[in-house]
Design a protein around this ligand. Structure first.
Ligand code: ZN
Length: 195
């Protein structure tokens, strides 16, 4: 039958043959041994000397998570006007501006009058990108340098690679690309503030 469909297994088998790996099991990936362990969102476990968890599909150390929690933690009342923050928009605004939605509106309104609003908004976005670069960098460095070289895929599965990556080289690459991105963003900030 010409219409015979190729299954993934067949494709893998073909690939193994091409790579001279004919004896390999079809579930083994080429190039490294892969063990998987299922951890899901919210699980907490110890690995090496650190305690880990998965939050939003990303593996991270618990201490780092605590810092994030503190950062996001919202006091009962607005530090700026003292009113109780209970409106829907108070939370996302507090996260970014450390004040309630009303205070942010007022602050931004004043900036608009002074003609400084556009610049302020652009800076806010750039600063947020800088935070993201920091976060991604430390996540990647953590992942690369974890004692047993484990990685978490997007669905929260930990993949252990035996002898798969050159930690030093990869760390260097991550640091370099983060540095380039960071410098670019900082330049953007300075240009705006200088103009
Ligand atoms: Zn307020």
């Amino acid at each position: 039958m010409l219409k015979k469909e190729f299954k993934r297994k067949d494709v893998q088998r073909a690939r193994n043959l091409i790579m001279g790996n004919s004896g390999a099991s079809t579930s083994t990936q080429i190039g490294y041994k892969k063990e998987t362990k299922d951890y899901k969102e919210g699980d907490i476990w110890t690995e090496g000397r650190k305690t880990w968890t998965i939050k939003n599909g990303i593996k991270q150390t618990v201490s780092k998570l605590d810092t994030i929690k503190k950062e996001v933690f919202m006091p009962l009342s607005c530090p700026c006007c003292g009113k109780i923050m209970k409106k829907r928009l108070d939370k996302p605004n507090y996260k970014i501006h450390k004040k309630c939605h009303d205070c942010v509106i007022e602050f931004e309104h004043k900036l608009k009058i002074k003609g400084e609003y556009d610049n302020y908004k652009k800076n806010l976005i750039t600063k947020n990108s800088l935070d993201i670069v920091d976060e991604i960098e430390s996540y990647l460095l953590d992942a690369i340098n974890t004692s047993n070289s484990s990685f978490v895929s997007e669905d929260g599965v930990i993949e252990k690679w035996d002898g798969g990556i050159d930690k030093k080289e990869w760390s260097q690459k991550v640091k370099e690309s983060a540095k380039v991105r960071r410098e670019h963003l900082k330049k953007e900030l300075n240009d705006k503030e200088g103009s």
